[in-house]
Structure formats: C-alpha cells, structure tokens
Unconditional design. Structure first.
Length: 302
C-alpha cells in the first residue's frame, strides 16, 4: 500500500476529530482549562501500551538514550497540542488554521539540516501546491480585522516547530529501531505528560467535575474521538518511514480541506448542529483548493 494512503489517513481522521472536538468543547469543556482535554489524549495511548508490548516484546531493546529521545517526541507532541488548544481558546478556528502551514516549512528545514533530506523540483512544486490549497481553505478575509496577532503567532509558530521536531525524532527512530517500539515509547512520553497535568490539583478537580456530570456521554464520545485521532496519528507516523518528513507534513496540512468537506455534509444532514458556509463563492474557493491539493499529490507521488 502506498505511503500516500497512510499520510492522508492523518488529515482525514483528524478532520473528523476536529468536528468532534468542537462539539466536546461546546458541550462539556466550556468552563474547563483546555489542558483537561489533553488528559484523555494522554491516557488513551496508555491503554495501548500493554497490547503493543505483547505484540512487540522487544520494546526494551533500544538503549537508554534512544528510549529517552523517543519519550521526548511524545512530550513534544503533547506540548504542540497544548499550544494549539491555548490558541483555539481565544481565537476562531478559521484564524488559527492557517498557521498549521508553518509545520511543513519547519519540517523541511529540520529534515534538511539533520537528515540531509532534499526534494526534487517536482516534489517542491507539489508540496507548495498542497500547502497553497490548504491555505486557500483556511484563510478568511475580513475587512477591518487586525492582520497580525502577536500572541496567536507565538503560540501557533511554537506549535508548528514543536510538532515538526517531534516528527523528526519519531522518523529517525522509527526507521532505525522499529515502528511499534518507537510508538510504544512515544506513548510513554504522552502518558508522562498526562501524569504531569494530573498532578495539578485544579486540573484534577475540573476533570472530576466534568466526569461527574456527564460520565457516560463524555467517555463514549471523547473515547471515540481519541481513537479516531489515534488512528490518524498512527497512519501519519507510519508514512514517515517511507517518505520525506516535509512531504508527509505537507499532506497533513490538508486537514482544513477535509474539515470543510465533512462540514458541508454535516451542514446538510444536521443543520442545527453544524453550520458551514455553502455560498457559491465559498464552494468555488474550496473546489479550487481541492484541485490544487490533488495536483500537488500527483506531483509528489509521481
């Protein structure tokens, strides 16, 4: 199976997760700190640790240094998620989304400096078209809006760099060690991050209060959401074993395109729950973005 299928499983599943995230934030986490949501992300990975160990008993084979660095990769992923959620708490998703396009740029720079990865002119053009298509979907033009927000830029650029750095570490060790061994220790890092959050009394109280009021609904919906997000992450990381970091992250930046596509379907099926702009101008713009992304994918996989 082509690495492109695994690379696209990330943005497709993440787009589904974005809509579930929006529902969860509005329904259950309006009064809680965004860090509380990350506890679910951290401990879903924890539940998988014994199963990965049974499947791959040699998870302890890498040296202490290698294990420590892979754990750092998990910590970086959770840190990137926290930065993103902090930005989303005070800004609209349409304002935050364009900053995700910084991640492929950081990924290209890091992969070039550390791994010596280089892209052909065709791959560079394809990657640029993918990012441009994602930008067309993400950007909103509003007259009178402030063009630059320092706090937002600082949070999301830090998020992009942190995410790219975590992906770089994962790629190095997933290629040299073993995919499931690397995944195991990355989940250990995410678990440690969750334990650190759980050590904060305020977060424990907020989590307990949220679970006490909506236990069944929260666990079922959020549990399903985390499994979907988990699947996207696994597919995206698996693609890193076969393709350059910058190309995989460029494809990952198409998440906003799939968010719109699913939003259109949900707007038609459940207009009272999801409302997406279905004006002719928006549909033309998103259609152009889809064509650019398709052309970019054709170039990078040719």
């Amino acid at each position: 199976m082509s690495w492109v299928v695994f690379a696209f499983s990330g943005p497709v599943l993440w787009a589904i997760s974005v809509h579930l995230d929006k529902y969860l934030v509005e329904r259950f986490f309006k009064e809680s700190n965004v860090a509380v949501m990350l506890l679910f992300t951290a401990f879903v990975g924890t539940l998988l640790l014994p199963f990965i160990w049974l499947y791959e008993p040699s998870v302890t084979a890498p040296g202490v240094r290698s294990i420590a660095l892979i754990i750092v990769s998990g910590l970086l992923y959770m840190g990137a998620m926290l930065l993103y959620l902090q930005a989303l708490r005070t800004e609209d998703a349409s304002v935050v989304a364009p900053y995700f396009q910084a991640s492929p740029l950081f990924g290209f720079g890091l992969a070039y400096l550390v791994l010596g990865e280089t892209l052909s002119a065709r791959q560079l053009a394809g990657g640029a078209m993918i990012v441009l298509g994602a930008l067309i979907v993400s950007v909103r033009f509003k007259y009178g809006a402030r063009l630059f927000k320092t706090r937002l830029a600082a949070l999301m650029l830090s998020c992009g760099f942190t995410s790219a750095l975590g992906g770089l570490i994962f790629k190095i060790y997933a290629t040299d060690v073993e995919f499931w061994t690397t995944t195991f220790w990355m989940y250990v890092g995410e678990t440690l991050f969750g334990c650190a959050l759980l050590a904060v009394p305020a977060y424990r109280r907020q989590l307990a209060a949220t679970l006490r009021v909506n236990t069944a609904a929260l666990l079922s919906i959020n549990g399903s959401n985390e499994l979907i997000n988990l699947g996207g992450g696994l597919g995206n990381r698996y693609a890193l074993m076969f393709a350059p970091l910058s190309l995989v992250q460029a494809i990952g930046s198409t998440t906003t395109l799939f968010v719109f596509a699913f939003g259109v379907v949900l707007s038609l099926v459940w207009p009272g729950v999801i409302r997406e702009d279905l004006s002719s101008g928006e549909l033309v713009r998103k259609g152009l973005a889809a064509l650019l992304v398709a052309a970019g994918v054709a170039l990078v996989t040719r």
